[in-house]
Design a protein around this ligand. Structure first.
Ligand code: SF4
Ligand code: SF4
Length: 366
């Protein structure tokens, strides 16, 4: 018996995916936009997007030549915890919502493997497949849109009109022909909340006047992918973000309806740890706390560099001592970030002293 698209979607839900749809395994119209995007230098130093691995995104059949369709799935990772924009207390560091729990790659892959098994129990003819989770060279948001899961917002996230954008995406390329879904309309309209809220002005118009992401300015890129030093102009806009940034999703009105996931692996161990504690992590402690979480991708030196920058941005004199210690760190990028952060603290101190000097004391007798 040949399986139907409807059965695959029902099986996807039974495997724990909140959204599922089917897209054609054909080149996407978005590839040209991707080419323009990377030619503009918006990919920063992400070589996997700019070298030949990026070229493979031109056609999903580069991954599975006999692919007939792509089953696109989405796994909700939202939790009921506050947003970074609600965070009170400058001494705490923000870790992006998706990175609070374990490594989602393993979970999404396991669920997709289960889906293949369930499909093979119904579809009795031979078929081939390929599972992709984030790291494969595939324009995954474009195919998720083609599969009807949502539209790509001005913040470049995939947004579902009922469930928002807090999703991990996964794909199953199949040699089975299935009925295709249709993409939903773009519902951003005249809204520009994400553009206005972005601290680094990373959402920019492209050559065609469409909104796109200059990843080289984005805090997510700077804190996760960028190695070495962060340019001072960007560092000061990073606020207290030590890993990733959620702001353009937090302000999106479509996330007002987002449900919270019941998956235990997405529940945070500590969602906004004190910066001082983070600054004192040894390499061994960093490994033991973050080895099996997305934070691991920043590497120890990158993470401590981000912590140093956040401590400077906190402008709190209590953080001077831990910053001075980081200023002697053996990793140059950490020591440089800490020294720059100390100068940010000092400038702030002088600014306050100068301001106080200039203000006349109103209780002074005439
Ligand atoms: S993740 Fe943060 S820095 Fe990047 S575009 Fe969104 S708001 Fe801007
Ligand atoms: S904040 Fe507004 S413009 Fe930005 S993605 Fe959401 S709906 Fe679209």
């Amino acid at each position: 018996m040949a399986i139907t698209a409807q059965q695959v979607k029902e099986l996807s839900q039974a495997c724990g995916f909140e959204l599922a749809g089917v897209a054609p395994a054909l080149p996407s119209d978005d590839f040209e936009r991707f080419e323009t995007w990377r030619a503009a230098g918006f990919a920063g130093e992400m070589r996997y997007l700019t070298d030949r691995r990026g070229d493979l995104r031109s056609d999903p059949r580069n991954l599975l030549p006999e692919a007939q369709c792509i089953v696109c799935v989405a796994k909700l990772y939202n939790t009921p915890h506050p947003y970074s924009t609600d965070l009170k207390g400058s001494q705490r560091g923000w870790i992006s919502r998706y990175a609070w729990g374990g490594d989602y790659h393993d979970l999404v892959r396991e669920r997709l493997e289960l889906l293949v098994q369930r499909i093979s129990e119904i579809h009795r003819e031979p078929f081939t497949w390929k599972i992709c989770v984030d790291t494969a060279p595939l324009l995954e948001r474009s195919y998720a849109r083609a599969a009807g899961l949502g539209w790509i917002g001005k913040n470049t996230c995939l947004i579902n009109h009922e469930q928002g954008s807090w999703f991990f995406l996964g794909e199953l390329l199949l040699s089975i022909p299935l009925m295709l879904d249709v993409p939903p309309p773009d519902r951003c309209g005249t809204c520009r909340r994400c553009i206005d809220a972005c601290p680094t002005e990373a959402i920019v118009p492209n050559a065609n006047g469409e909104w796109t992401l200059d990843a080289s300015l984005c805090i997510s890129y700077l804190t996760i992918e960028k190695r070495g030093e962060i340019p001072p102009g960007s560092a000061e806009r990073m606020g207290n973000h030590v890993f990733g940034c959620d702001i353009c999703q937090e302000v999106c009105p479509w996330n007002g309806r987002a449900r919270a996931s019941s998956e235990s692996m997405f529940q945070p161990r500590e969602f906004a740890p004190p910066l001082k504690d983070l600054s004192e992590l040894t390499e061994e402690e960093f490994r033991s706390v973050f080895r099996h979480t997305p934070v691991w991708r920043a590497k120890y030196a990158g993470f401590l560099r981000n912590v140093a920058i956040s401590m400077g941005n906190a402008q709190d004199p209590d953080l001077r001592e831990p910053l001075e210690k980081l200023g002697h760190h053996k990793e140059e990028s950490v020591a440089t970030a800490a020294k720059h952060a100390l100068s940010v603290l000092d400038n702030r101190k002088h600014y306050i002293q100068d301001t106080q000097k200039d203000v006349p004391c109103i209780s002074e007798p005439g």
